[in-house]
Design a protein around this ligand. Sequence first.
Ligand code: GLU
Length: 279
Amino acid sequence: MNIRDNLKSKQRIVVKIGSSSLVHAETGRLNLPKIEILAREIADLHNQGKDVIVVSSGAISVGRATMGIGELRTLKQKQACAAIGQVTLMMIYQKLFSEYGQTIAQVLLTKQTMLNDESLRNSRNTFEELFSLGVIPIVNENDTVETYDIRFGDNDRLSAIVTALVHADLLVLLSDIQGLYTEDPRSNPNAEFISEVKEIDEKLLSMAGNAPGSSFGTGGMATKLAAAEIATAAGADMIIALADDFRILHKLINGEELGTIFHAHPHEFRLREVLENMT
Ligand code: GLU
């Protein structure tokens, strides 16, 4: 059976949206019609009886645009922008999701607290309680309190950690890249698209430009592959797909051959160790 035929029956789905997919490139301000479609798509997955988590970036970008700051030079500037933008993001999500009859919750996580067994357990319990209440958690890194050398830094890996934490069976990374290619398609016209990855091996990691300094697109293929390693080990399938139109979500769930799908490869691992080894 084709792996994509199974996607309809996924019960617990984490959807990660990159900053560039939520804002207008020219201004950094929120692309409202686009986010409206996202809310409708997620609400519909929830209406199908699935548990859904959204991991949303965009706080820093939106905060910066709100304050009209050009380039963010200091850490405290970035953190202040995250604090400003996070509220705007949640306000818009709340408005749009409530139009579709959905209740959302904000969950801000840090690597530091997740390294603590009790905090990790508490966050898992909170997610479970939110699911049983029929609420859609919207997750981001708590950028304002993060110490920069012990943070996730990217929401790709954060969303994989969340996937493992709640034992989700599917992670969808939506960003400005279509999926995985054999080589960088921007510099090599012969690069071939890879629509299915059964196993993440050394060959794939090097082929995908995992070497430092070479990554495709802004999110970077390296962090996406790192996310795939975590999510698939935790027993979830993972998809990387293009977020230029969020209607891609139901197309993916219906089994359309879009993006790159990674097969789940469940094996024993300790989340704590993954977090400790994450740099
Ligand atoms: N947490 C950051 C933000 O909300 C985004 C991190 C990322 O883009 O991966 O702005």
